[in-house]
Design a protein around this ligand. Structure first.
Ligand SMILES: [Zn+2]
Length: 336
């Protein structure tokens, strides 16, 4: 994984700018830069055809003063669960970045989160152990998350479906998210492994591939996003919610065995990784996070990811993370 000195310098230059101006500066600079492919590998094999790809970012909007979201029945259910978890974890279990005072509450009625469906119908991403395309998993989960968020009062939630070949689609989705003036972008993906780790088996009479070696979700942020700090805050919340749902994170990205796919583990408790090169995270003008919901190349986990119950758990966790992001008090007090 390469580090770009230019962006570090840029970060220093724009550090003193207010968020909106910083975003504008970032957009202008990115527009002038040559397109740079990540050499990071298959995860965001945004750059490869046979495995998986990079995910997108999200953006958190600064301080929009507003009222709390309307509390629906769907809202209350996860909240109760959340309060129980908090009691079990104790306040010290929350990372400092999660508790950091936000710029202010946002208004769920106007806060726009874009759910980026990873990959396209033409370039479907990873292929599961049972030969189902990742795109189908991504679309199903993203739709469910969108439903949950809208039910929780986030009426401006948008599902971002992109067409075309893998790499061009990355820039298309970035442009779409920027045009939508999204406050936050969450790119939804499902995980696989580098091709060298694949093993052969036969499923329904067809030669197939699997790897049961690794499993779990993972959350990625890019230091090159124009609002890395806010991106990290949402990533921390998302990963915390995944863990609170009893899920475990994918440890392999912290291991040397992954080679160029090894990434810095920013939170070893919840599984937040840094992946600077991901185009959807670094080119978007808003805070952005990429969620690998789970592995579909792992035979047991693929079955889990295919179950409505498991999808509900993940969607509920993401919805809770957005609630907490929008109003940090929610994570401490539960819905009022
Ligand atoms: Zn993917």
């Amino acid at each position: 994984m390469r580090r770009c000195e230019f962006f570090r310098v840029l970060g220093g230059i724009v550090a003193g700018f207010r968020p909106r101006r910083l975003v504008m500066v970032a957009i202008a600079v990115f527009a002038l830069l040559p397109i740079e492919a990540s050499d990071a590998g298959w995860l965001p094999d945004l750059f490869k055809t046979s495995s998986k790809q990079a995910k997108s970012p999200k953006r958190a909007k600064s301080a929009r003063q507003s009222t709390r979201p309307a509390k629906s029945a769907k809202h209350r259910a996860p909240a109760k669960h959340h309060a129980t978890r908090l009691a079990a974890l104790g306040p010290v279990a929350l990372p400092p970045s999660v508790l950091k005072p936000a710029a202010g509450k946002c208004d769920p009625a106007t806060f726009r989160i874009v759910l980026d469906v990873g990959h396209t119908a033409e370039s479907e991403g990873a292929i599961s152990a049972r030969n189902v395309a990742e795109f189908a998993f991504n679309l199903r989960l993203a739709r469910l998350i969108a439903e949950r968020l809208k039910a929780d009062g986030f009426a401006e939630t948008r599902l971002l479906l992109t067409e075309g070949k893998a790499r061009p689609s990355l820039f298309k989705r970035v442009a779409s998210a920027n045009n939508l003036r999204a406050d936050l972008l969450l790119s939804i993906h499902h995980d696989s492994v580098p091709n060298k780790m694949l093993e052969d088996w036969e499923f329904e009479g067809k030669k197939s591939h699997f790897s049961d070696r690794f499993s779990g979700y993972s959350v990625f942020v890019s230091r090159e996003n124009p609002d890395f700090e806010t991106s990290l805050r949402f990533a921390e919340l998302t990963a915390k919610e995944m863990k609170a749902q009893g899920l475990h994170y994918a440890v392999q990205y912290s291991l040397p065995i992954m080679g160029s796919n090894q990434h810095p583990l920013l939170n070893k408790d919840t599984g937040v990784y840094r992946y600077d090169e991901l185009i959807v995270l670094r080119k978007t003008a808003m805070p952005a996070v990429l969620l690998e919901a789970g592995s579909i190349i792992n035979r047991d986990e693929e079955l889990q990811m295919d179950s409505p119950e498991h999808r509900n758990i993940i969607a509920g966790g993401v919805a809770s993370a957005v609630q907490e992001f929008c109003d940090p008090r929610w994570s401490l007090l539960g819905p009022l």
